[in-house]
Design a protein around this ligand. Structure first.
Ligand code: AGP
Length: 602
């Protein structure tokens, strides 16, 4: 998730911007930059890596007196983390910073290149500043040029633009990505979230989608599609720690709630009306490929296992899954007709990285699905698809899992266009379900409240079984892992049909079974598995659209025609259940004992 800070006023600007960006470090980034206009003087500095590198570059720079300034920390979505790709991006006489994804940037970039514009970066953001200058050349009015520019952008953006043609003005627009405006008398601040302006501004206006305008002469003029709007100000929060969590109790809780929005980022620019597009992939990737092998650890392994059902069912592509730490030492038989896919949130997991190197030595093509650009696994792979989940601070992975699963689901359909025929209708059903996923991930207060109340019953016992069939079996594994990681209670994920082959011996009232019972897939089969457990007095928490009379506890989910929508909805239920049990046990939800966010050792 990129971070944006802006300021227009009489104070020294560099420190305001750099201190503000420092407050956004928790969002994760790989490069940073600042641009300032004072009088007719335009200054711009950029650096890859941490903010200390940018501070080093600007140590002899200062900007006192009235002026405007914008700054940015970049989390790469288009283009590697390089100084050229770092924001602010420059035109001839203007600078822009942006958080989000411009879905139609390719078309805009081609138009501008046909006008003779030379792009310096690989980013979607650079199109904004060149488009502004193109329209200014036609209109000679900065705000009209900015307004025209914004009208042409599709996708998610929070953007600030400054220009020598309006040296006392910051232009802003918000759609899909967060942006707020802070006020302290005539001093005006912009930021992606509260923390950069806490202690500086006294009032705040949280911009809504479709709002845009400019800040000049100590005031902000705000517009939306229907014209000029009144600014809705409110007192600014004062607790920075709480602000970083955007008011949630834990980063993990925030990241569970973020899933509904970040999954949209994962899909932006990749889901067309009737096909899937991955700009990152060369058409030749699947040439000569007749099988897929996916290798990962932990939660990423569960995403891999989920996708194996999708690749074989949708893409008709053979797919097998490996736990990286096992794969490394099993002397695997590897075939160059197999595409080797690694999945990793951090991109630094030692076992996964070493497995990837083994596959490459054997001559296999490699693709990584990762959340961190320029990470070791991304750099080692022939190509990579970024999940765009933004930084994940909770050690127990949530939004990374959701976005990995979405990328793999999209990839299964992408392969269809390359390698096998399914009907257009079948493809349309998948794409429609993907588009409805953000809604399936939305969390109601009623659901969270119910899980909070239920959690008090599950603080003891001699263990949990999470059971499911088909794609709900890897989801059961993931639900069990979430619970283990943050509650320290023992839990197992198990194929529901396997319980009768031994584990049912454990069934008694102290054995808690979390049963994933989707209506859209094998419902009667899972129902009979759960009835076998209930008959032996196991305590059942059923998660299903259909009330289940034998359940001791029941969480009702929405009826959906597509199993993946039930998958994502039930995933959220298991994540929140684990969170609420952990809270009741008084554990450190974000930093559970014995765990690290990235396991870079064997
Ligand atoms: C998941 O909640 C855990 N934190 C852990 O299993 C993690 O998924 C695993 O270590 C793999 O990490 P990676 O995705 O960064 O490779």
């Amino acid at each position: 998730m990129c971070g944006i800070v802006g300021y227009v006023g009489n104070k020294e600007k560099k420190e305001i911007i750099l201190d503000g960006l420092q407050e956004l470090e928790y969002r994760g980034y790989d490069s940073a930059g600042i641009a300032t206009i004072k009088g007719d003087k335009l200054n711009n500095f950029k650096a890859i890596g941490k903010l200390k590198n940018l501070r080093e570059k600007t140590k002899d720079f200062s900007s006192d007196g009235f002026g405007v300034s914008i700054g940015h920390t970049r989390w790469a979505t288009h283009g590697k983390p390089t100084e050229l790709n770092a924001h602010p991006h420059r035109g001839k006489y203007s600078y822009v910073v942006h958080n989000g994804i411009i879905e139609n940037y390719q078309a805009l970039k081609s138009e501008l290149q046909n006008d003779g514009i030379e792009f310096l970066s690989q980013t979607d953001t650079e199109t904004i500043v060149h488009l502004f200058e193109k329209h200014y050349a036609q209109k000679s009015d900065p705000f009209s040029a900015f307004e025209l520019t914004i009208e042409r952008l599709e996708g998610a953006y929070a953007t600030l633009l400054i220009s020598e043609v309006a040296p006392d003005t910051i232009f802003f627009a918000k759609n899909g990505s967060p942006m707020l405006i802070g006020f302290d008398g005539e001093e005006i601040y912009f930021a992606s979230s509260d923390t950069p302006i806490i202690g500086k501004a006294t009032e705040v206006c949280y911009l809504q989608d479709g709002e845009y305008g400019y800040a000049k002469d100590g005031e902000v003029i705000l517009f939306d599609a229907s014209g000029v709007k009144n600014i809705q100000k409110q007192p600014l929060a004062t607790d920075k720690a709480m602000a970083q969590k955007d008011g949630y109790r834990f980063f993990m809780e925030k990241e569970i709630y973020e899933q509904s929005s970040v999954i949209s980022d994962t899909m932006i620019g990749r889901i067309m009306d009737d096909s899937i597009v991955f700009d990152e992939l060369d058409d030749s990737l699947f040439e000569g490929i007749n099988a897929i092998k996916i290798c990962a650890c932990g939660t990423s392994y569960h995403a891999a296992l989920t996708s194996s059902y999708l690749f074989e069912r949708i893409s008709k592509m053979r797919c097998d899954i490996e736990i990286a730490s096992e794969f490394r030492y099993k002397e695997p038989l590897l075939d160059e007709k197999t595409l080797f896919i690694t999945i990793s949130q951090s991109g630094e997991t030692a076992d996964t990285l070493e497995a990837l190197k083994m596959a490459k030595r054997a001559g296999l093509k490699s693709l990584s699905i990762c959340n961190v650009d320029n990470s070791s696994i991304v750099r080692e792979s022939d190509c990579a698809i970024l999940t765009r989940a933004g930084i994940e601070k909770g050690v127990a992975s949530t939004k990374a899992f959701a976005t990995q699963t979405m990328v793999l689901w999209m990839l299964s359909l992408y392969i269809v266009d390359k390698h096998s025929i399914i009907t257009d209708e079948a493809k349309a059903i998948e794409i429609e379900a993907m588009r409805r996923t953000p809604k399936a991930l939305a969390i109601t207060e009623k659901l969270h409240g119910k899980l909070h109340r239920l959690s008090k019953r599950y603080l003891h016992g001699h263990g949990f079984f999470f059971i499911g069939r088909d794609i709900f079996y890897p989801l059961a594994l993931e639900g069990a892992l979430k619970l283990k990681e943050i509650s320290y209670l023992h839990a197992e994920g198990y194929p529901a049909g396997e319980m009768k082959h031994g584990p049912i011996a454990l069934a008694d009232s102290e054995l808690f079974t979390i049963a994933l019972m989707p209506k859209s897939m094998h419902y009667d089969k899972i129902k009979s598995n759960v009835e076998e457990l209930s008959a032996r007095d196991a305590t059942i928490l059923a998660i299903s659209p259909e009330p289940f009379e034998l359940a001791d506890d029941f969480v009702q989910t929405l009826q959906s025609s597509h199993p993946m929508l039930e998958f994502f909805e039930m995933m959220v239920v298991t994540q929140i259940l684990a969170l609420e049990i952990s809270v009741r046990l008084g554990n450190d939800v974000d930093m559970p004992r014995n765990l690290a966010k990235s396991v870079t050792v064997e």
